[in-house]
Design a protein around this ligand. Sequence first.
Ligand code: BGC
Length: 249
Amino acid sequence: MQIFGLDIGGSGIKGAPVDLDRGDLAQERFKVLTPHPATPDGVADGVKQVVEHYGWTGPVGLTFPGVVTDGSTIRTAANVDRSWIDTDARALFSERLGGLPVTVVNDADAAGVAEMHFGAGRDRRGTVILLTFGTGIGSALFIDGALVPNTELGHLELHGHDAEKRASSKAKEDEDLSWEHWAHRVQKYLAHVEMLFSPELFIVGGGVSRKSQKFLHYIEGIKAEIVPAQLQNNAGIVGAAMRAAEKDG
Ligand code: BGC
């Protein structure tokens, strides 16, 4: 079965039809730039362009970089325009897509669902935490394979700062940190999350998962196993489609 998956990120809106049996994109993905400011109206236009590129007419799953309740309502907007708060995103996107059925899910939760099913978290029981390092830090918490949604662990306070402001990959770029320096911050962050949840496994996702060999070896003193995400940049798209399939089926 195929469902369309879309990932709304700080820099791009990317999507493709997803082959749910393989957990992979069925066609090459198409991307448009996220408008700035990333308002509901501007983002919805970008989403429409991506979906229309394929002439898609079936169900659509979308990720959003904030808290999403009931597959629809946006509750936080740390890295997009604040006018998203309390927006009924399902209604907005469905209307813009000519009435297609739409499901919206937090971006890290979507990535986590895909990794647990098809990637680094496959068959893993116990407490597993996926963290995405990108514009912000996203989190997905799983207990024996079941998702606890909207955990928002990127906003834990670390040394008096919002953790994602110190340890996201945007912080690395903005402050021009070396891999070693940034890895040291990530290590402190992981130690804090470990103190709270004692997971068996951390999955490191987001754009940096492709570059894990540059920094994972600097991270020491964490008891949990730490592995890079396997679906890398497509995890959000695949997970969004998986959630939409659950709602549709
Ligand atoms: C948001 C999360 C999101 C993460 C990654 C954070 O700022 O609050 O909801 O998952 O960024 O995009």
